[in-house]
Design a protein. Structure first.
Length: 166
């Protein structure tokens, strides 16, 4: 098969996407480190747990939702346990299954960190765009997410993100 090289416009689009997503992730990570003492990855794990019933789920399901390997997630959760923000416990019905649960202290930390994090997301991603551009970006990200998700047909980790209006 012959390579379909990127033309000039495609190359500029690719690099703009690549470097912008990198810069955005780095900015969010720096803000969370500075103001909440945690990396972006920890925030996403805690936010995911905060949004599920009982603030508790299996490590396997959590790894799926945060798009992480189980070993990488286990390392991060161990650090969160050391801080008292997350607790792991075995499933009494199946010893091979481990639950991760956001503690009350972890929820409090998350609630303190969230306003500044949301402000940073607004500042770097949403505020520079018009409402129409935000809708277009959501539609584009939805399309790309559906093509990239390793579990075809699975609803998004948060169905309300892409929702029925896309």
């Amino acid at each position: 098969m012959e390579t379909r090289w990127l033309d000039g416009d495609e190359q500029r689009t690719w690099r703009a996407f690549l470097w912008t997503t990198r810069l955005l992730t780095d900015a969010l990570d720096r803000q969370l480190q500075r103001e909440a003492g945690m990396p972006y990855t920890y925030y996403m794990i805690m936010a995911t747990l905060a949004e599920v019933p009982g603030r508790r789920m299996t490590m396997t399901d959590l790894a799926t939702l945060v798009y992480s390997s189980l070993s990488r997630l286990s390392h991060a959760v161990a650090r969160l346990e050391e801080r008292g923000w997350v607790r792991r416990s075995p499933n009494p019905d199946n010893r091979r299954v481990t639950f991760a649960e956001l503690t009350v202290e972890g929820l409090a930390v998350l609630e303190r960190a969230a306003p500044a994090h949301v402000a940073e997301v607004r500042r770097h991603l949403l505020d520079p765009l018009t409402g129409e551009q935000v809708a277009q970006l959501r539609e584009i990200m939805s399309l790309l997410w559906e093509r990239l998700d390793p579990t075809p047909g699975r609803p998004g980790p948060y169905p309300e993100i892409f929702g029925p209006d896309v």
